[in-house]
Ligand binder design. Structure first.
Ligand SMILES: OCc1cccc(Br)n1
Length: 446
């Protein structure tokens, strides 16, 4: 059968095309529209940022998880009119299955929590860093992917969990050199809106959709907001009541509106008291206009903003106690946040807080005599085993080239082996700080 196939192939096309003398047209070397490459200098900054994400998550005792970038579309097809759903990067796979590139991490996390059922001991405190996608008409030239850091707590009913998450984000900002003068958090609760809607007998089924519209209050003209709320059968007097309530900026004002026994008032008072315990109260402010744009939030919601007001929200999150039941599971109290990798870098640039992250190695090793290369390799292996990062010059190079390379990679030492050194089983070590040169027996080299 192989011969037959080979012969039939031979008849159709040459097994290997002869190297063409015609120059190949250059491919498009740019990454797909809306996506980014991370060459080393960009990757060092991303790694630096992600290391801070991971270290803060470790300090708070969270465990890392991940999930596929590709998920079943049904995980994200919520009906509340969210932008994140309208911009789903979804398609039919080759098996005809409806799939989507994840636009966020929380639904995947909820799916995994559900998959573990009673086997999962609560509370579960998980964090993840994952690439998330959207398919937006590129008229606005915006990115179609970003990396998101999530921290989520499953199984804690009280706002102690939200306070812990806020403390984690403040810890992160502080590690980067940002203070409460640079960044603040607007904090509210969707129970405020729930309470107000209840006063106008708005059916609970409209709650999520109303929140999605109200979240656009700073992005759309008032009449557009009124129109979209009207389309959700929210009567004009209720629209006025809602928009009025959203102007509240103090808990005392909120208490005047909702009364001292309102859940929203009680929870927010407790949250601010707990925040004070962490020493982060001056980072937080109550702002009734914060509702966030994800349909599944049910309680406390928050977002971090740059106090100069030049940038989009830095991160956001909140409580989502009913997400599991939308997947057919039993509800478990949950809250979490998402923190994108783009706005924070813009903010650090604005504040002159981007770190200098050169490519650095400890030692550059070179031989002047190719006969000595095996011995040079043994020196490289010895140094690497001792934990030193070693750039091994892999080809025969002039010393002028080597010194340029040493500068490029910020090495601390240049280690040279020639026939004289090899004969003594030694190397010449040049300390690049002191310029001092010494002969060192290989057996004594560290
Ligand atoms: O924040 C919304 C979002 C989701 C996926 C990808 C990008 Br870029 N932005």
């Amino acid at each position: 059968r192989a011969e037959k196939a080979a012969s039939s192939t031979a008849l159709k096309t040459p097994s290997v095309s002869a190297p063409s003398s015609k120059k190949q047209a250059l491919i498009d070397t740019q990454p797909p529209r809306g996506t980014r490459d991370f060459p080393p200098e960009e990757m060092r900054l991303r790694t630096w940022l992600f290391n801070h994400f991971r270290e803060v998550s470790r300090l708070f005792g969270f465990e890392e998880f991940d999930a596929p970038v590709l998920e079943s579309e049904e995980l994200f097809t919520r009906k509340a009119g969210e932008e994140i759903v309208g911009q789903l990067y979804n398609f039919d796979d080759k098996g005809g299955r409806r799939v989507a590139l994840r636009p966020e991490l929380t639904p995947s996390l909820a799916r995994i929590i559900l998959s573990k059922g009673k086997g999962l001991s609560l509370p579960a405190k998980w964090f993840g860093i994952g690439q998330c996608w959207r398919y937006e008409r590129t008229t606005r030239g915006r990115r179609r992917e970003h990396y998101q850091w999530n921290m989520d707590v499953f199984g804690v009913q009280g706002v102690e969990a939200e306070a812990e998450l806020l403390s984690a984000i403040v810890t992160f900002f502080s590690r980067l050199g940002l203070t409460a003068k640079d960044v603040g958090f607007r904090v509210s609760s969707r129970k405020l809106l729930q309470d107000v809607l209840g006063r106008y007998s708005i059916p609970s089924e409209s709650f999520a959709s109303v929140c999605v519209v109200v979240d656009k209050i700073d992005k759309l003209p008032r009449e557009e907001i009124e129109k979209e709320l009207g389309a959700l059968s929210v009567p004009p007097e209720a629209v006025t009541g809602i928009l009025q309530a959203l102007t509240l900026k103090s808990l005392s004002g909120l208490e005047d509106l909702l009364g001292a026994d309102s859940d929203a008032v009680r929870e927010l008072k407790q949250l601010f008291a707990l925040a004070d315990g962490y020493g982060i109260a001056d980072w937080l402010q109550f702002d009734a206009s914060v509702v966030r744009g994800l349909a599944y939030y049910t309680g406390v919601v928050f977002e971090a903003f740059d106090r100069e007001g030049k940038l989009r929200a830095i991160c956001g999150g909140g409580r989502y106690d009913k997400l599991l039941s939308t997947f057919g599971g039993d509800d478990t109290p949950a809250c979490g946040f998402g923190f994108g990798d783009a706005v924070i870098v813009e903010l650090l640039k604005e504040r002159g807080l981007l770190p200098d992250l050169p490519h650095v190695v400890d030692d550059v090793l070179v031989t002047l005599d190719e006969e000595c290369r095996p011995m040079l390799n043994s020196v490289a292996a010895k140094l690497r085993a001792a934990g030193r990062s070693v750039e091994l010059v892999l080809e025969s190079k002039k010393m002028k080239w080597v010194f340029k390379r040493v500068e490029q990679v910020g090495a601390s030492r240049l280690i040279v082996i020639g026939s004289d050194e090899a004969a003594q089983e030694a190397v010449k070590v040049k300390d690049l700080a002191t310029r001092e040169e010494t002969l060192v027996m290989i057996k004594d080299l560290v």
